[in-house]
Design a binder for this molecule. Structure first.
Ligand SMILES: N[C@@H](CCC(=O)N[C@@H](CS)C(=O)NCC(=O)O)C(=O)O
Length: 231
């Protein structure tokens, strides 16, 4: 039986923009597991109440319900040990946790203010009211005021990518010779931005751009085919 994934959507049902859901869709493909997605909006809390919390991703695998992208990745790795490994061993699992936090605290935190108003623009009116109120409280300013700082923020965001840029001189993927969880956890943030905003986060000659291209090509261009903006 296929795994069910509740997957964040914008006003258009096929604009799936959650970074946390993206890394799980890529992990499911990596494992070669069949899955079906159910579009979910930020305000549809009741729909996922069965999971005991209010965020996606949530998966249901038979009778097992799992939420939180890192918990789901570990569940998939441990439940399907005969499928291709996401982590490549226990050392990879440990550094995989580091990438989850780096992706959230360095990548997402750096990108979010630059695309905050654009994200609002892909939502339906009802979800926009919720998004604006929760995210403006978080940002401490309006979505538009945050996004207006993008010119000044871009340089430091790109500078923060130096360790990744340098690593990619030695290997094509963060996980090594082939893509794995480390790549999915980091790429999912760029895919979130690409699904929600036309902002060009990476210069065309940046090795990180070339890595993102390789990630967009994986699984027969799965991420590239998703509804998003050209980057
Ligand atoms: N730590 C969680 C974070 C999940 C998360 O924040 N998901 C967002 C969608 S991208 C969400 O559902 N937010 C609900 C809300 O803002 O009310 C994970 O890794 O899965």
């Amino acid at each position: 039986m296929a795994i069910t994934l509740w997957d964040l959507t914008g006003a258009e049902a096929d604009r799936r923009f959650s970074p946390y859901c993206w890394r799980i869709k890529l992990a499911l493909r990596h494992k070669g597991l069949e899955y079906a997605t159910i579009p979910w909006r930020l305000i549809d809390k009741g729909v996922i109440a069965f999971s005991g919390q209010g965020k996606v991703p949530v998966i249901k695998d038979g009778e097992t319900v799992v939420s939180d992208s890192w918990t789901i990745a570990n569940y998939l790795e441990d439940t399907y040990p005969d499928r291709p490994s996401l982590f490549g061993g226990e050392g990879g699992r440990a550094t995989g946790r580091f990438v989850v936090d780096w992706a959230e605290l360095a990548l997402m935190a750096g990108i979010f203010p630059m695309i905050a108003a654009d994200i609002n623009g892909i939502l339906d009116a009802e979800t926009q009211a919720y998004f604006r109120s929760t995210r403006e409280t978080f940002l401490g300013r309006t979505l538009e005021a945050a996004q207006a700082e993008r010119e000044t923020r871009m340089e430091s965001f790109r500078r923060g990518l130096v360790p990744l840029r340098r690593m990619l001189k030695f290997q094509p993927f963060i996980s090594g010779a082939a893509a794995g969880w480390h790549d999915y956890a980091a790429f999912s943030v760029f895919q979130w931005a690409r699904c929600a905003s036309p902002l060009q986060l990476l210069a065309a000659d940046d090795p990180v751009h070339a890595w993102r291209e390789r990630m967009l090509d994986l699984f027969d261009g799965f991420a590239r085919k998703a509804v998003g903006f050209p980057v």
